[in-house]
Design a binder for this molecule. Structure first.
Ligand SMILES: *Cc1c(COP(=O)(O)O)cnc(C)c1O
Length: 318
């Protein structure tokens, strides 16, 4: 048996981390996560630190794969929870989830994974991977926005964060978002049915894009693991190019991408993920993340490559 609470991705991360942490405080106050998690995890951990929890933020290798030795070394008798994302949203790296699940099981520690980027792209078996809790979000697999799931195995002590009525077996109060739930279920059904077909298509476009960019543009750095990687993700640093300018120029040509950096109040802060995998500060500000989707075509991809080549040359040499 398990609890499935209908929540968005960020809310799922919040609810699971806080709900498991507070319910297990009598057993220990230590949580292990990684440096490359989504802000929904990292900022929830910061919140928990204010309430007496101790958090270990594990390093990754240069491709963004969590250091399993460091993870195991950080376990102590107060460790109650490990939360490591299934796949990274910026660099696409897929984590060794099975091995992490085995470590968690060996020490009797609960294991949560933020699988928001993985569901719909990867076959996930919570039993096989020893996953006790998992977060997913519908809009990442072409479903409606503002709905997702917090999966929590029933043997995990969990205290509800949202108080009120008795909805969702007393685990989350509030009237359920029925249209969202129905839309999510349909989107998930379609994503799973078409997973192989869609993945082959978007992986082909992504690999073509990367190989062409390599051929045509010098001084680049491809971020993330090339083997263990989400099919649609390409994250590349173009040395000497301002990522936000590159983005603005692509936008003018109707291309929607992401810099992988947060632009706030005119200040471009480099991505915490790129810094964590060892990309120097300045180079990290030249990153461009392209996410290929099922409706993209080879023609789109050729237009994208031509555009990036032109823009990078203009920004570098003018
Ligand atoms: C998008 C995302 C989230 C947040 O999900 P929302 O539904 O937008 O709140 C959390 N974690 C990862 C890895 C994501 O990619």
């Amino acid at each position: 048996m398990k609890f499935i609470l209908q929540v968005g991705g960020s809310e799922s991360d919040n609810m699971i981390l806080k709900g498991i942490a507070f319910a297990n405080k009598n057993k220990g106050n230590h949580i292990i996560t990684s440096k490359i998690e989504h802000p929904a995890i990292l900022n929830t951990c910061k919140f928990l630190e204010k309430f007496g929890f101790r958090i270990s933020y594990i390093n990754t290798d240069a491709n963004g794969i969590v250091d399993l030795n460091e993870l195991e070394r950080n376990i102590n008798r107060n460790t109650i929870l490990i939360s490591i994302m299934f796949a990274n949203n910026e660099i696409g790296t897929i984590q060794p989830i099975k091995e992490i699940g085995e470590i968690a099981k060996k020490y009797g520690i609960y294991f949560h994974t933020d699988a928001v980027q993985a569901v719909g792209n990867i076959d996930i078996d919570v039993k096989k991977y020893n996953i006790d809790a998992l977060s997913l979000s519908a809009h990442k697999f072409y479903g409606p926005k503002g709905i997702g799931v917090a999966y929590i195995n029933e043997n995990v002590p969990f205290i509800r964060i949202q108080d009120g009525g008795h909805q969702e077996r007393d685990k989350r109060a509030g009237t359920e978002n029925v249209p969202g739930i129905v839309g999510m279920a349909q989107a998930l059904k379609l994503a799973i049915e078409n997973m192989e077909k869609n993945n082959n298509h978007i992986k082909f476009l992504r690999d073509y894009y990367i190989s062409e960019v390599k051929k045509r543009i010098s001084y680049i750095r491809i971020n993330g693991d090339m083997e263990n990687r989400l099919p649609g993700n390409a994250n590349i640093c173009f040395s000497g190019v301002d990522g936000s300018k590159l983005l603005a120029e692509l936008d003018k040509r109707g291309i929607c991408a992401s810099s992988g950096s947060a632009c706030s109040a005119g200040l471009l802060t480099p991505s915490h993920v790129l810094l964590a995998i060892g990309v120097p500060n300045k180079l990290a500000k030249s990153s461009l993340r392209i996410t290929f989707g099922k409706s993209n075509t080879l023609e789109d991809t050729k237009y994208l490559i031509e555009s990036i080549q032109e823009i990078v040359e203009t920004l570098r040499y003018n």
